[in-house]
Design a protein around this ligand. Structure first.
Ligand SMILES: NC(=O)C1=CN([C@@H]2O[C@H](COP(=O)(O)OP(=O)(O)OC[C@H]3O[C@@H](n4cnc5c(N)ncnc54)[C@H](O)[C@@H]3O)[C@@H](O)[C@H]2O)C=CC1
Ligand SMILES: O=C(O)[C@H]1O[C@H](OP(=O)(O)OP(=O)(O)OC[C@H]2O[C@@H](n3ccc(=O)[nH]c3=O)[C@H](O)[C@@H]2O)[C@H](O)[C@@H](O)[C@@H]1O
Length: 444
């Protein structure tokens, strides 16, 4: 078996996976259709922010162990094991996942293969996709060339991508043969040597494991947000509630923080894709259940907008609102389906004068929402503000000194959309503090 591997797609997943495979000692060639991206990566420049990844990329591109190409033929010739890491975004005209990119990979790569090859999917796909791709591969393979499809779903989080790849909670191998399992065990040998659990299963179950995991994470967050709603209706404190229930090890504290809800390039589109697939399969319970999870989540964005309107005495028209945070979560510059930007854009549409500051994602945000104003520091964003919204919990924001900011704003009002600031510090400094599911604190 060759020590060369191929990776297809140089997005968040593909670039991370490729750099980590190089770190594990493999000779990695990445095929990517976007020529500008390939040029940047060849020069050791990461087209997005991910902690630690730039250094890994620089090291392995410099050594020649990690290379990038736009040529599918070069990829086909490079290795007999290829990881499919292309996108599966939500379709423009529906909730389902658009699997065009994964199909295109098979259509372009398989006819160019000249030896037995393993195509290992990592992209998140609707259940049944791997089986379809297996059939397609068999149909397109040149005479005498065997192509086997396996699925190895990925569970990494942006912002923690390297550690999640090199030291994952578990590995899942969806395989149709012992040969495919052997290939995966070989690739991940040094990861498995660290006692990482591995679940070996069939293609179908491996696809379902991935969407099941994301659906469960989304459900946990929406549950916390539903409890926040109940706390608001009764005067309870949702953070005390989640702390208390999370002590039960069966529940746990993680992914139970209420606030603005989940966004990003994965959880929202993955639960919608699962709803759509469940609907196609006639499993209406999953569809109904996840619809509620999604609806609670989207409600959180509207709720923060409503809170902002209330704080501005019923009308945000002409009010200066500072938005701290634009990425969908901290430690990434990814603004795909960002709850923070969605709130900022809604307030802008209501006539507010919105000034956004994010430590990493102002440029990406400006591409998506050019009409918003982007500030180059917290101080500049909040100067003259009638209201401050804390919408992405970067560490930089929890270190802010509310006393210092008091001198800059027009009105000391803050909504902590992420329940991540210390309410008493802000209240004691003279601010009005509001957060979903928590008592409203009025400063001195
Ligand atoms: N972003 C993440 O943290 C994770 C993503 N996933 C899944 O991984 C998949 C990829 O996600 P991202 O990396 O975020 O997407 P992305 O959109 O950032 O990257 C996809 C890349 O594939 C390239 N591409 C498209 N078609 C191609 C082709 N035929 N040949 C070569 N390159 C091609 C695109 O130009 C793009 O650079 C999705 O299915 C996602 O759900 C799974 C776990 C984590
Ligand atoms: O399939 C994927 O692509 C990935 O999707 C998520 O990872 P990611 O999108 O990077 O981000 P998360 O850390 O899951 O956060 C998602 C959203 O949930 C929000 N969140 C998270 C936790 C919480 O308690 N409350 C909450 O609102 C975050 O602010 C963020 O907007 C999963 O956590 C990964 O396991 C998975 O591999």
């Amino acid at each position: 078996m060759s020590e060369s591997v191929g990776v297809i797609g140089a997005g968040y997943l593909g670039t991370t996976h490729a750099a980590c495979l190089a770190e594990l000692g493999f000779d990695v060639l990445v095929a990517e259709t976007d020529a500008a991206r390939v040029a940047a990566l060849r020069a050791g420049r990461l087209p997005f922010f991910e902690p630690g990844l730039a250094a890994l990329l620089e090291r392995h591109t410099a050594s020649g162990q990690l290379r990038f190409t736009t040529s599918v033929q070069e990829l086909a010739d490079h290795a007999d094991v290829h990881f499919i890491c292309v996108g599966t975004p939500q379709r423009r005209n529906g909730l389902a996942a658009d699997t065009t990119q994964v199909r295109t990979v098979v259509e372009s790569l398989v006819p160019r293969l000249s030896r037995t090859t393993f195509l290992i999917g990592k992209s998140t796909v609707p259940v049944g996709t791997a089986a379809e791709l297996s059939e397609l591969s068999r149909a397109l393979a040149p005479p005498g060339v065997l192509v086997e499809v396996a699925w190895n779903p990925e569970f990494m989080r942006e912002g923690h991508a390297i550690v999640d790849t090199l030291a994952p909670d578990r590995l899942v191998f969806g395989v149709a043969s012992t040969e495919a399992e052997k290939v995966l065990r070989h690739v991940y040998a040094s990861v498995l040597a660290r006692d990482v659990p591995v679940v070996v299963t069939d293609l179908t179950t491996s696809e379902l494991v991935k969407v099941g995991a994301n659906a469960f994470l989304a459900t946990k967050i929406s549950f916390a947000n539903a409890m926040a709603e109940l706390c608001e209706a009764t005067g309870g404190d949702v953070l005390t509630l989640t702390e208390a229930i999370g002590h039960d090890v069966r529940i746990g504290h993680r992914f139970l923080t209420p606030g603005l809800g989940f966004g990003g390039g994965c959880l929202p589109k993955d639960i919608r894709a699962l709803m759509a697939r469940a609907g196609e399969l006639g499993v209406s319970e999953v569809l109904t259940f996840l619809r509620q999870v999604d609806s609670i989540n989207m409600r959180q964005r509207r709720k923060i907008v409503e809170m902002a309107v209330e704080e501005c005495r019923g009308d945000v028209l002409g009010r200066r609102i500072a938005v701290l945070g634009a990425s969908f979560k901290p430690e990434t510059d990814d603004v795909r389906d960002s709850p923070a930007l969605s709130v900022a854009a809604q307030l802008h549409l209501h006539g507010a004068l919105v000034s956004v500051y994010d430590p990493r994602s102002n440029t990406n945000a400006a591409r998506l929402y050019p009409a918003l104003h982007y500030a180059d520091s917290v101080a500049s964003a909040v100067t003259g503000a009638h209201l401050v919204l804390h919408l992405t919990e970067w560490a930089e924001f929890s270190r802010l000194d509310p006393v210092e900011l008091l001198a800059l704003v027009d009105e000391p009002r803050i909504i902590d959309g992420r329940n991540a600031l210390d309410p008493r510090r802000w209240r004691d400094a003279g601010w009005s503090y509001r957060a979903p599911g928590r008592p409203h604190l009025n400063g001195a």
